[in-house]
Design a protein around this ligand. Structure first.
Ligand SMILES: [Zn+2]
Ligand SMILES: [Zn+2]
Length: 165
């Protein structure tokens, strides 16, 4: 039964839970409810941490995120604005899993490239495009030099587009 054509992916509903993990498979996780938002960040921190041109960040409610296997290691540091930030990664392969911030226990931010199905990921907007790689074609008007205002409203719009509201 090989050669079965894949059903074309449309934007919208994906079966829950969403699943993902690190490249070596030591860490596996699931997300039991619709994510809150997906955005691309082109800041130089995200470039350095990902080793790529940008990061795909997907905030989810903390209680909907569950580690199924393994124990991520924490890298703690202060953000440029002085907030304690924790990056969680696999101690075996170094793959980034998610990040959290002090004072915001209700949500964590998953590195969406680690999901098993990335075919449906369309960021709501691109931020820190002032440091974006110059060869990237950015989808104006959803681009911001730094952080956009109205984060919450954008999250709502993305949830509607995703088909879960
Ligand atoms: Zn790993
Ligand atoms: Zn960034």
């Amino acid at each position: 039964m090989s050669g079965q054509p894949k059903t074309p992916t449309d934007r919208g509903l994906r079966p829950l839970p969403l699943t993902g993990g690190c490249p070596c498979g030591a860490i596996r996780y699931e997300i039991g409810a619709a994510p809150l938002l997906l955005y691309a960040c082109h800041c130089t921190n995200c470039q350095r941490q990902s080793g790529g041109a940008f990061a795909m960040n997907m905030p989810v409610r903390s209680e909907t995120f569950r580690i199924l296997r393994g124990q991520p290691k924490a890298w703690r540091r202060l953000s440029p604005t002085g907030v304690e930030t924790v990056s969680w990664f696999c101690a075996d392969c170094g793959g980034r899993i998610h990040g959290s911030r002090a004072g915001r226990p209700e949500s964590i931010t998953v590195r969406a490239g680690g999901l098993d199905d990335t075919s449906w990921l369309v960021p709501a907007f691109h931020m820190f495009v002032r440091s974006a790689q110059p060869w990237i074609q950015l989808p104006a008007p959803d681009c911001y030099d730094t952080v956009p205002h109205g984060f919450r409203a954008r999250a709502k719009a993305w949830q509607v587009a995703w088909g879960r509201c």
